[in-house]
Ligand binder design. Structure first.
Ligand code: 4AD
Ligand code: MG
Length: 440
């Protein structure tokens, strides 16, 4: 490796040692004949003292964001010089030699500063520079842990990781628009959900599966919560009594995830000013109950309607006040709004055994018990005007021994957004795709 230490990891233990650091020029403060170089890498910022000779040689070369290698001696620093932005505030490096590894052009296309006024579109155009800002970097350090802790949870809980195809003959997620692409003289669709496949591999005998991967939705929505490509965390489990078994696993997952994030992302969360409240239990509310609450807020939700964004927000606030919880499971969604494969309870054809999960007043997941009895599933498809006979390989799943099962689809980007109170889902994904954005 080029360096012996990372900037944020040098401590008083190294005082007296000559070390090598690498990083980006955060700031160069020239003060008369000497200067102070604030060198930054992923772990933090460290101050390097440059004497007259080094200052004369490098003061015009060390443009902000240039990449340099610095060799220097670790010194203890007088207390009165300690700066807050530097993690290694109690030490300083006396520069001995500098090598410019890569010069940055000026001016920079966006501000690489703590608080920027550059708009989000411009920032996304230069996302790799935007991520050099500590706040943005922290979002993605946390997102990375959301991903790895999710894998850890499902793995420990006995789920099998599957990776289902994203190139498909046709989608199954009714209601979601497909991206059609040419495929050797035929037309393929980009998967709008791994729904078919996760059910297929429960039925295969793997029993409990999870699939984390990209999901494509050709929806021309311009909102702060929709993308055309997002990362889905999908799971499906067999031999359930009913949809409550799915919710139990999801509750365990969230408790584990949030507690682990609090532990492993302590610094990042603190820097972003985010407090995580790990729920003890997640309250459940039927849409019928929600209608009453919404009515008290002057909002009428008809029997066959889903919660809209405003409805979700009102319910989220209600649950926070009433149960001091950031999450709520919403139950009994109307059949009119749910896909044909959701199971309906005995004796009530108007609702489904499905649920949504809201996090701070925004949907982050949809789940259900699936209809596994072929005759009923066929009848349900017919009710929705779906030609089930054309869905041959989906139909086959139910023909040769299919356990009662259910599952959920969650959005990794949405979870990250809600967790960190980001005003736009685009802040939670490195390179968002939406109807306008296909680059970089
Ligand atoms: O609610 P959705 O469409 O449900 C399904 O895909 C079902 N197959 C899930 C199931 O197992 N029953 O999508 C699931 C989640 C949403 O709750 C949301 O978090 C996320 O995926 N999501 C999106 N995230 C960003 N942009 C979009 N356009 C999204 N659409 C859904
Ligand atoms: Mg949904």
């Amino acid at each position: 490796m080029l360096r012996t230490h990372a900037c944020g990891e040098v401590s008083e233990k190294e005082v007296g040692q000559t070390i090598t650091l690498c990083g980006w020029v955060d700031t160069l403060r020239v003060s008369g004949k000497i200067s102070f170089l604030l060198l930054r890498d992923r772990t933090g910022i460290i101050q390097i003292f440059l004497d007259k000779t080094l200052t004369e040689k490098y003061q015009h070369e060390l443009k902000k964001e240039s990449v340099v290698l610095v060799e220097g001696l670790v010194n203890k620093r007088p207390d009165n010089q300690v700066k807050r932005e530097e993690k290694t505030g109690s030490i300083e490096i006396a520069g001995k030699g500098i090598e410019l590894l890569s010069a940055a052009e000026t001016p920079l296309p966006i501000d690489v500063v703590a608080e920027t006024t550059t708009n989000i579109d411009k920032r996304l155009d230069y996302r790799f520079l935007d991520v050099r800002r500590e706040k943005v970097k922290n979002i993605f350090m946390i997102r990375s842990k959301v991903y790895s802790k999710t894998v850890e949870f499902f793995d420990k809980a006995g789920f099998v990781a599957i990776q289902s195809p994203r190139l498909t003959a046709s989608g199954v997620e009714s209601g979601a628009e497909e991206f059609k692409i040419p495929y050797f003289g035929k037309t393929a669709s980009l998967a709008q959900s791994p729904q078919v496949y996760k059910q297929m591999f429960v039925v295969s005998g793997l029993e409990k599966v999870y699939d984390i991967g990209p999901i494509f939705r050709a929806e021309k929505s311009h909102t702060t919560r929709h993308l055309t490509e997002f990362i889905g965390i999908d799971m499906e489990m067999g031999f359930i009594q009913d949809e409550n078994d799915v919710m139990t696993v999801v509750e365990e997952y969230l408790k584990f995830l949030l507690a682990e994030l609090k532990r492993v992302c302590k610094e990042e969360l603190e820097h972003l000013g985010v407090t995580i409240n790990v729920p003890k239990t997640i309250p459940k509310m039927t849409l019928t109950e929600a209608r009453t609450i919404l009515k008290d807020h002057g909002k009428i939700l008809p029997d066959n309607e889903d919660l809209d964004a405003e409805g979700e927000r009102i319910i989220g606030e209600h649950v926070k006040k009433r149960h001091n919880c950031d999450f709520v499971f919403m139950l009994e969604y109307p059949w009119a709004k749910r896909p044909f494969y959701h199971m309906r309870p005995e004796g009530n054809k108007k609702i489904t055994k499905s649920f949504d999960l809201l996090f701070n007043g925004v949907e982050i997941a949809t789940g259900a018990q699936r209809e596994h009895r072929l005759e009923i599933l066929e009848a349900q498809a017919k009710e929705k005007d779906i030609d089930f006979s054309k869905m041959t390989f989906y139909r086959d799943i139910f023909r040769y021994g299919c356990p009662p099962h259910g599952g959920i689809g969650m959005g990794l980007d949405r979870i990250t957004q809600r967790l960190l109170n980001l005003d736009n889902i685009r802040e939670a994904i490195l390179l968002p795709r939406d109807p306008e954005r296909l680059t970089p």
